[in-house]
Design a protein around this ligand. Structure first.
Ligand SMILES: *[C@@H]1O[C@H](CO)[C@@H](O)[C@H](O)[C@H]1NC(C)=O
Ligand SMILES: *[C@@H]1O[C@H](CO)[C@@H](O)[C@H](O)[C@H]1NC(C)=O
Ligand SMILES: *[C@@H]1O[C@H](CO)[C@@H](O)[C@H](O)[C@H]1NC(C)=O
Ligand SMILES: *[C@@H]1O[C@H](CO)[C@@H](O)[C@H](O)[C@H]1NC(C)=O
Ligand SMILES: *[C@@H]1O[C@H](CO)[C@@H](O)[C@H](O)[C@H]1NC(C)=O
Length: 308
């Protein structure tokens, strides 16, 4: 509807034709896809088709270039694309939250335990995505780590600490061991043994390499250690958080990387509750100029991802 109106307005005003966005296209042709993967694939094909035809039209009238098949790879172009297609081992966009593979945003409260929240977040998605939880996305416990691992404190620790614990001891469903925001006596012994979940290990993402991070994110959300220094971060509300607002060191905060838009941003889940940022999430700028220097806020310096 909006698209139709805009077209009419443009015609009346004699403005050049504006090619509809992918979402406008979907609306116009009433298209629906079964999955986010398909949506992303179709969006990419649509955008490539638009680019291709605009190129052929050479800046001339673009009207009428969109039709019902604009999200489909067609004819000769398909063959041509094989050689021309962007050579990448990952899709241009990704977002695990759209695939409902990320638990609700949590709140670490007065305890500096972002390193535990980020690590537990990665394991929650891992267990779900690898089919260990019968198709249920369970929230897992941060508190069991805070209580039972001597290395875990409320002062911020290495992101490897909670992952080591979940490898050697395992973790339990949050409901059995809810978050308190302080260290108390360990009650690991009281947990039902058949509901303990172990990870087999974790690996480090190659530093200073956006491609490595993108690739890792498409497999599972990634635990990332980064720098937050300025007040701007605490008061962040929306948009892409830029490198003029943070340093590459020291690494003092952990978040869960859940998605990206290639060359634009990495999407992170924070542990400061849903009222902070974009419903608890933040987008951090991707700047290829800083790739070799640890990336914006140091996000390329130290990332870990668990596996089963
Ligand atoms: C998944 O289902 C199996 C078989 O019914 C059961 O033994 C197991 O406890 C379930 N696991 C979870 C996490 O619900
Ligand atoms: C948590 O970190 C913040 C910022 O680094 C610091 O101001 C605060 O004192 C820390 N709190 C604790 C309990 O360590
Ligand atoms: C987790 O791993 C440890 C060490 O390999 C093992 O002792 C423990 O039984 C495992 N727990 C589960 C639930 O698999
Ligand atoms: C960056 O990571 C990608 C994907 O793992 C890899 O193919 C590439 O060789 C890496 N680049 C460098 C400079 O190591
Ligand atoms: C990132 O690169 C830009 C432009 O090259 C530079 O101004 C900025 O200081 C760099 N930031 C970091 C954290 O290295």
């Amino acid at each position: 509807m909006i698209w139709v109106l805009l077209t009419i307005v443009n015609l009346i005003l004699g403005k050049s034709y504006r090619v509809p966005s992918f979402d406008d296209f979907l609306q116009k042709y009433e298209k629906h896809y079964e999955s986010t993967e398909e949506y992303m694939l179709r969006k990419r094909i649509y955008e490539e088709n638009v680019k291709y035809i605009k190129n052929i039209n050479n800046g001339e009238n673009d009207e009428g270039i969109i039709n019902w098949f604009s999200d489909t790879e067609v004819g000769s172009r398909k063959e041509k694309k094989v050689s021309e297609e962007r050579v990448a081992s990952y899709p241009p966009e990704w977002d695990w939250t759209l695939m409902e593979a990320v638990t609700e945003v949590k709140n670490e409260r007065g305890c500096n335990s972002s390193y535990i929240f980020a690590a537990v977040g990665a394991v929650e998605s891992l267990l779900y995505l690898q089919g260990k939880t019968n198709g249920t996305l369970y929230e897992m416990s941060e508190q069991v780590i805070l209580d039972c691992d001597k290395k875990a404190t409320c002062k911020g620790e290495d992101i490897a600490v909670p992952l080591d614990f979940m490898q050697s001891m395992g973790t339990v469903i949050e409901a059995f061991y809810p978050y308190e925001g302080n260290s108390y006596r360990c009650q690991f012994d009281l947990m039902p043994p058949d509901l303990l979940f172990n990870i087999s290990g974790y690996r480090q993402i190659q530093p200073n390499n956006y491609t490595a991070l993108y690739e890792a994110i498409t497999i599972n959300p990634v635990v990332v250690f980064m720098n937050i220094g300025s007040e701007d971060f605490f008061s962040y509300e929306a948009g892409v958080y830029g490198e003029d607002l943070c340093q590459a060191s020291p690494l003092n905060h952990a978040m869960l990387a859940v998605g990206y838009s290639e060359g634009e941003f990495i999407k992170f889940k924070n542990s400061w509750g849903p009222n902070w940022g974009m419903e608890g999430y933040v987008l951090i700028e991707v700047n290829s100029a800083n790739e070799s220097k640890g990336g914006t806020c140091g996000i390329l310096k130290y990332g870990l991802t668990p596996y089963l």
